[in-house]
Design a protein around this ligand. Structure first.
Ligand code: IVH
Length: 692
């Protein structure tokens, strides 16, 4: 599914001129940055595309006002660095469409130009997200590499010869031809490149595409970075005859490939020939589905009329050919503001940072949090709170903060503060590795995890109080939740201080082991899955075996698990493998009885679905003692689901009345949407039976 970006309408000549300036500035950064300095676009790709569309719409409505040098009439918006190497055949750009309907309209337009339907079929190939180059082979040797530039003249970047996979220095045959295609960093090459740059004291690349155009332009670096090339075309050079007269696009690529250059035929999202625009649309959808598994970036899919004669008949405009079109896929990188960095201690004691963002829509979902790697990486990226940052998210991938747009840094931005002590237990931090850890390791979070697991609606181990838990953890008898199941009577008696209490605990633990899968899952304490979600997961998959085999996609079939949560759940289940194995070995129940085990409570809607409750601000009355997680658990126990943002689906907003009479943003949103607002006291009444 692809959505057309909402076009920002331009109403006045002043707005039109301002939009031209913004496109220019962004295009200069996009095409002109050398990757070594802060040449970053202030617009992300989606915003850039929208603005170009707005310019085009304005020019169509007011042709007399259209600027003769408008970015809509120039390759690369006229901003790419232009060199002095002439292109024998211009290197054009591609026009964009954003939906199946627009693709059909493009096909209809092409048919009108030809005066009959396309007979030679279409090719469908990935739109590789890198930089365009022309590679000149003379007598089988790679002699020159040139950038696209303004399409007429490009820069000589022959210094990259020998560093690009797929673009060999010599071919099997002594042919003379100019091969055209895209050079990019694969994800692996990108990470390697950034490691090398850090070793040389250079800044990390903002993304693979910026890195590729920067690397092409940087001639004097003391290090070389490997990139990858895929050809998507070729033209004759010096009057050579390598390409037979009238060869189709797919035939040209077959020849180039046979000569030893990597082409889109060899790409994992390989070029396909199809008969019709409808078939092209199906292949686009296939490539779109492949996208997240590709080890490099694509930002669209290119459809071309295959036959040379039909290409010639359709012709080209000043910027792009009429016989080819780019179907743009939703952007996977957007810019937003880094509001805060939170530090969470994982099960093993790793202290992991997470960025809180101004919510931004990426690839079909709203992103509010994105992972950061570790303190050293935060410093390397020079991130400040208040920075505008680029955030990357694709498909099931957990969103991550990539880089700061330095020129947009507000004056009051502060370096991201790093924790001085373990944010969970206050112990010292082990900083000997890039990933910081609490010196207590797994024991840092364990007492809280066990306390949680022992609660009534989880494993229900009555009497396993905080002191016993602390003793069990400190003595090393319990290193994870599974160890509870194999504690012997002597240890339990020692922990509890008497044989009688020990025997009672042993009995409770035996009963806990027999509890259904939903309770065992809950006891694992998987982040983002409370009791209710554990119940739903268990009801959906029925066995632990099925839970462990489930992909992130499969998890999204569980009500309440979306693309944001699913990958994290899968990762945690994988990480918990040794604990789960121990639970199984100890004889814990790992299946869920049939029948709907989901709780029905005051927050369950008529149709059995959980009502969404958003809680904000300070809790008062009976809820005053509860942590934020405690309130969320309460919502789930009572059959609801806790959310963070007030939307039309929200059933209740729980908020104390503002002391100064001013509505919080959530309360204002609730009022606007007609969502019922309850005070903490009113809410406590509603769920009184579930307040433990
Ligand atoms: S064909 C005459 N095919 O997209 C048509 N371009 O936005 C020339 N690109 O400048 C381009 N993958 O840098 C073509 N499979 C592909 C492509 C592709 C990426 C880039 C190329 C071009 C830009 C246009």
């Amino acid at each position: 599914m692809t959505t057309t970006p909402a076009v920002e309408a331009l109403a006045t000549p002043a707005q039109y001129r301002d939009a031209i300036a913004r496109v220019r500035e962004a295009a200069r950064a996009y095409y002109g940055g050398d990757g070594d300095f802060a040449a970053e676009s202030v617009l992300d790709d989606a915003a850039y595309d929208q603005l170009l569309l707005a310019l085009a719409a304005y020019e169509q409505a007011h042709p007399e006002e259209a600027a003769p040098d408008s970015p809509t009439t120039q390759v690369a918006a006229g901003a790419a660095p232009v060199g002095d190497v002439a292109h024998g055949v211009p290197m054009l750009s591609l026009d964009n469409v954003f939906s199946a309907e627009q693709l059909v309209a493009w096909g209809d337009g092409l048919q009108r130009r030809l005066g009959r339907p396309v007979e030679g079929g279409f090719t469908v190939e990935p739109k590789l997200d890198g930089a365009a180059i022309a590679a000149r082979y003379r007598d089988g040797r790679l002699v020159q590499v040139v950038t696209r530039g303004d399409g007429r003249f490009g820069e000589d970047v022959s210094h990259v010869i020998g560093t690009i996979d797929g673009l060999p220095e010599s071919l099997g045959t002594a042919c003379t031809v100019e091969v055209r295609g895209e050079v990019l960093f694969t994800q692996e090459q990108f990470e390697r490149a950034n490691d090398i740059r850090v070793q040389h004291g250079a800044t990390v690349f903002r993304n693979p595409r910026n890195g590729a155009s920067g690397t092409l332009r940087a001639k004097d670096r003391p290090y070389r970075l490997a990139m990858t090339f895929w050809a998507y075309g070729a033209v004759d050079l010096d009057g050579g005859t390598f390409l037979p007269e009238g060869a189709s696009h797919s035939e040209v690529l077959a020849l180039v490939s046979a000569a030893g250059v990597q082409t889109t035929r060899e790409n994992p999202a390989a070029i396909r020939r199809v008969g019709t625009v409808e078939e092209a649309q199906r292949r686009i959808e296939e490539i779109q589905a492949l996208r997240q598994a590709l080890p490099f970036g694509i930002d669209g899919v290119v459809v071309k009329a295959d036959a040379a004669a039909e290409q010639r008949a359709a012709g080209s405009g000043s910027r792009f050919p009429h016989w080819a079109i780019a179907f743009k896929l939703p952007a996977v990188e957007r810019t937003t503001v880094l509001l805060d960095v939170e530090w969470n201690v994982g099960r093993t004691g790793v202290i992991a940072p997470r960025g809180r963002l101004e919510p931004v829509e990426i690839d079909g979902s709203t992103v509010e949090y994105a992972t950061l790697h570790n303190p050293a990486d935060i410093r390397r990226r020079d991130l400040h709170l208040g920075d505008t940052v680029t955030v990357y998210k694709a498909g099931d991938i957990i969103p991550r903060v990539q880089a700061a747009v330095v020129q947009l840094r507000p004056a009051d931005a502060v370096e991201v503060p790093l924790p001085e002590a373990c944010p969970n237990c206050g112990s010292d931090i082990d900083r000997s590795q890039e990933r910081w850890r609490c010196v207590k390791g797994a024991a840092c979070r364990l007492p809280a995890l066990i306390g949680y697991a022992a609660q009534r609606d989880c494993l229900d181990i009555d009497g396993l109080g905080r002191t016993y838990v602390t003793w069990l953890v400190d003595s090393g008898a319990v290193t994870d939740i599974a160890d509870l199941y194999t504690l012997d009577l002597a240890t339990l008696s020692e922990a509890a201080g008497s044989d009688k209490r020990g025997a009672k605990l042993a009995e409770q633990i035996r009963a806990a082991k027999a509890k259904p899968l939903s309770r065992q899952l809950c006891a694992l304490g998987i982040t983002n899955t409370g009791r209710r979600l554990s119940q739903r997961i268990a009801a959906h998959f029925r066995t632990m075996e099925a839970v462990r085999a489930a992909t992130a996609e499969a998890f999204q079939d569980v009500d309440g698990i979306g693309p944001e949560k699913a990958p994290g759940i899968v990762a945690q289940i994988a990480e918990l493998a040794p604990v789960i194995d121990k639970m199984i070995a100890a004889g814990a129940t790992m299946s869920e009885p049939a029948g709907d085990s989901a709780v029905d409570g005051p927050l369950t809607a008529e149709d059995g679905r959980p009502k969404k409750v958003v809680v904000t601000g300070r809790m008062t009355g009976p809820l005053a003692a509860l942590s934020r997680t405690g309130v969320k658990d309460l919502v789930e126990r009572a059959g609801g689901r806790a959310g963070d943002t007030v939307t039309a689906e929200t059933a209740y907003l729980v908020a104390a009345p503002a002391a100064n009479g001013k509505l919080s943003s959530k309360a204002a949103k609730a009022e606007q949407l007609g969502v019922q607002v309850l005070t903490p006291e009113e809410f406590a009444d509603l769920v009184a039976d579930y307040l433990s």
